[in-house]
Design a protein around this ligand. Structure first.
Ligand SMILES: C[S@@+](CC[C@H](N)C(=O)[O-])C[C@H]1O[C@@H](n2cnc3c(N)ncnc32)[C@H](O)[C@@H]1O
Length: 330
């Protein structure tokens, strides 16, 4: 099949045989035909949810809800617009993730701008946000919470937490200046930029000037946790498009996770909480490492919707605090 035809060239069909009215080409076409042609093209390229992706691409172009696309089936697009849609379809056929083409991703109840500089937010991370504030339920409304989000990427965790509680003052760090710029933009879009300080640098390092040692209520993170050797085995959407720095966590995937578990001890207040997303098969090693640090208590591993142990939760309860409370009891 002549898939390599440029979507920009007039008269160039993007897929299928000549004479097929659903083949995307530089001519007026109905929304229904474009949808059919896009679906065929994406199916031929091996895209799993071809129809759905075709609907999202076209609906976004038409600035309408994809569920309402069928009401516009007879609408005719001019050749320029057909070729613009065809260009997007070709990007998807080349395995560029849908969200990078659209420029946004949905996370919980909010929409976030995304670009190839940031990881596309995942449903597992939505669960992290839903768990994050549970330990603080019932706190007096005037009690301030200090929260740190390490490796903030597009800012989904920090922004969603800021939206969920007015009590939180957040600090979000990332190594990537491009990611931080996008995170700041997302925070502004959602009206929480004044409560989040975005900082460039390595994990906890940029927090040092803020005097947050022993003062943080919650350290949370969705760090890079894929083992380097697994990178070639990832789906092309992930392997070829998402930033390596957002994915890879050293030889066993846990290099950044371990640094977070160690580093958090200096910043968490006694009884503060740690919440970190981890990868498939890493739970036992993470639990063992946390236990070896001695100062964490109440270690829990929470499963995601697929039954994979995905979140590690722990309370920080250093020996100094344990001694103090046993002295008080005595
Ligand atoms: C898996 S992505 C998570 C992004 C976002 N929090 C989310 O859940 O969608 C990990 C992020 O950590 C950042 N990162 C990787 N190593 C880092 C480090 N040592 N210090 C700070 N950020 C780091 C990457 O740039 C990337 O944005």
């Amino acid at each position: 099949m002549s898939d390599k035809v440029s979507p920009a060239g007039p008269g160039n069909g993007v897929a299928g045989a000549a004479g097929n009215t659903d083949v995307l080409g530089a001519r007026p076409m109905s929304v229904q035909s474009i949808l059919n042609g896009s679906t065929k093209r994406l199916t031929a390229a091996g895209i799993e949810n071809a129809r759905q992706d075709a609907e999202f691409l076209l609906a976004d172009f038409l600035a309408c809800d994809h569920l309402k696309l069928f009401t516009q089936g007879a609408k005719i697009l001019n050749p320029d617009d057909v070729m613009k849609v065809a260009g997007r379809v070709e990007r998807r056929a080349a395995r560029c993730p849908l969200q990078y083409i659209l420029g946004h991703a949905e996370f919980l109840d909010l929409s976030f701008r995304v670009s190839p500089h940031v990881l596309i937010p995942r449903p597992e991370t939505e669960q992290l946000v839903q768990e994050a504030l549970k330990p603080f339920e019932g706190l007096p409304p005037d009690r301030r919470l200090t929260v740190v989000d390490l490796g903030t990427g597009s800012g989904v965790i920090a922004v969603s937490l800021a939206k969920r509680t007015q009590q939180a003052r957040l600090f979000a760090t990332d190594l990537s200046p491009e990611a931080l710029a996008l995170a700041r933009e997302n925070a502004a879009t959602h009206g929480v930029e004044e409560r989040i300080t975005f900082l460039a640098g390595d994990l906890f390092e940029p927090l040092r000037p803020f005097g947050l040692e022993c003062a943080v209520d919650l350290v949370c993170s969705n760090p890079p946790y894929i083992a380097e050797a697994d990178h070639p085995t990832l789906p092309p959407e992930v392997r070829d498009y998402e930033p390596r720095g957002a994915l890879l966590g050293g030889p066993d995937g846990l290099a950044v996770v371990r640094r977070i578990l160690v580093g958090a001890q200096a910043f968490l207040r006694p009884h503060g909480h740690l919440l970190v997303e981890i990868g498939f098969g890493q739970a036992a090693a993470v639990r063992e490492f946390l236990e070896s640090l001695d100062d964490y208590d109440n270690i829990q591993l929470l499963k995601d919707y697929q039954g994979i142990e995905r979140l590690v939760l722990a309370s920080y309860y250093p020996w100094s605090a344990r001694l103090q409370s046993s002295n008080q009891e005595a």
